[in-house]
Design a protein around this ligand. Structure first.
Ligand code: SAM
Ligand code: SF4
Length: 447
């Protein structure tokens, strides 16, 4: 994403925290600021403008932002023309307060203000300090949905919805990203057709709760129909989506896994806990047995489906028995991978007021044990893949550069020796070794 800065251009150093939504927004930021003569640079020392695109889903992510700002303080002292800006979820949460707390921050833009960024940067160039964190109305939001920029990659993310209405009791997302809105189906399909025309082979549909896409917008397609339409686009060979909510997995979506080979054999389906009592307190809208029934139905539709998930450990009031129920969920689901977190108290959320907050020590011990067990399960699953033949989309050169790299249908990284002409192609690979973070394969030869 970085380019050479010439005498006519200015350097933009952009630091992105958090989820794929922020990564997509950052791409948009780079393309918006090109119009003002800014080009992305790889080092803050080369920057005229430093922007932090922030995440506040856990307290740790939020405090990281202040650590980074601390590092830039000296730069600002040495170069008073340097502009420093903060966007994303922390910006949305803090707004004007951030300008007061950190006097060398020049601009603050919230999650609904991306389109105003060029104006804010121009104001900062004139020496004005501003913060914009207003939520905008649905119609305006629909017209401003960020389109993915052309990065020349074979795999791309496409944002299909924003915000969330679920109000899980621990989660800050509905407060900082606003109400859930589904992007227009026609626009999504047009964007994917254009991507396919440019050589994109795999797309991942993106949203906080993708499988509720269209439920509140009768004029748009339902999620399963959207997938069917995308699968008919020539050139698109793989479709993925993230994140899904177990409560909103419809029979039509399950049928897609049975009927659409382009839909990859992987779903990210966070459970958050294996205990019914905790799930109810979390306001997740499903029980453990409903979640397990959904996983079973998905696996009946697509045998071998890889399931990944998110778990929160140490939710207020979580007993030893609740925690054991979560551990046993790992055994029943056998997650291919799991993202697990210590419960983090977030401002405004209902759970911050719940009794029974656990100590850091208890939470950490529970998390360590859960992560140890999940590492074993992941290892067992990867070891079990050795000797199998996997269909891999070759995406480019491996990190070390001496091999090609791609991902299996289930989204596991595979490195394989081969000719660079294979980049962009789907090939069969025999897995010959499994490492903690990747698989090693060789080109499959019949017979
Ligand atoms: N919408 C997605 C869903 O419901 O599964 C998740 C979006 S959230 C940005 C990503 C993950 O962060 C959640 O699945 C949850 O596990 C975790 N998370 C959210 N709030 C948290 C909190 N207060 N403490 C710890 N983890 C949290
Ligand atoms: Fe947060 Fe729940 Fe919405 Fe996911 S579904 S973003 S966890 S409120």
């Amino acid at each position: 994403m970085t380019e050479t800065v010439t005498a006519h251009t200015k350097g933009l150093y952009l630091e992105t925290f958090g989820c794929q939504m922020n990564v997509s927004d950052s791409e948009k930021i780079v393309s918006l600021l090109k119009g003002l003569g800014y080009r992305a640079v790889p080092d803050p020392a080369l920057a005229d403008l430093i922007l932090l695109n922030t995440c506040s889903v856990r307290a740790k992510a939020e405090s990281k932002v202040y650590d980074y700002l601390g590092r830039y303080r000296l730069r600002k002292r040495q170069n008073s023309r340097l502009i420093i800006g903060v966007g994303g979820c922390v910006a949305q949460q803090e707004g004007e307060r951030l300008l007061k707390k950190v006097p060398y921050v020049d601009l603050v833009f919230g999650t609904h203000s991306l389109h105003l960024l060029p104006e804010l940067v121009r104001a900062a160039e004139r020496g004005e300090r501003r913060s914009v964190t207003d939520f905008i109305d649905t119609e305006t939001r629909l017209n401003l949905f960020p389109e993915a920029s052309d990065t020349g990659e074979l795999t791309r993310f496409v944002t299909i919805m924003q915000g969330c209405d679920n109000f899980c009791s621990y989660c800050i997302v509905p407060y900082v990203r606003g109400r859930e809105i589904s992007r227009r189906s026609a626009e999504i399909l047009a964007e994917i057709r254009e991507m396919a025309g440019r050589g994109v082979r795999e797309i991942t549909l993106l949203g906080q709760n993708v499988n509720s896409y269209g439920l509140k917008s009768p004029e748009e397609l339902h999620f399963a129909d959207l997938i069917r339409e995308i699968s008919a686009i020539d050139g698109i060979e793989r479709i993925r989506f993230t994140t899904s909510h177990s409560r909103d997995i419809s029979p039509e979506l399950i049928a897609c896994f049975a009927e659409i080979p382009k839909l990859c054999g992987h779903i990210h389906l966070p459970a958050q806990s294996g205990s019914d009592a905790v799930l109810a307190q979390m306001n997740r809208g499903y029980t453990r047995s409903e979640y397990l029934a959904t996983v079973a139905a998905l696996r009946r539709a697509r045998p071998g489906l890889a399931v990944t998930g998110d778990i929160i450990v140490g939710f207020p009031g979580e007993t030893e028995a609740d925690y054991e129920a979560t551990l046993s969920l790992l055994e029943e689901v056998r997650y291919a991978d799991l993202f697990s977190f210590l419960y983090s108290e977030r401002p405004e959320t209902a759970a911050a007021r719940f009794p029974g907050q656990l100590t850091r020590t208890v939470k950490q011990q529970r998390l360590d044990r859960l992560q140890r067990r999940q590492r074993e399960i992941t290892r067992e699953i990867c070891d079990g893949m050795v000797g199998t033949v996997q269909r891999v989309l070759i995406e480019g050169h491996s990190r070390r550069g001496d091999q090609l790299t791609g991902r299996t249908d289930a989204n596991r990284v595979v490195n394989v020796a081969g000719d660079p002409s294979l980049i962009g192609r789907m090939i069969d690979v025999t897995i010959i070794h499994s490492y903690p973070n990747s698989l090693l394969g060789e080109l499959y030869r019949e017979g």
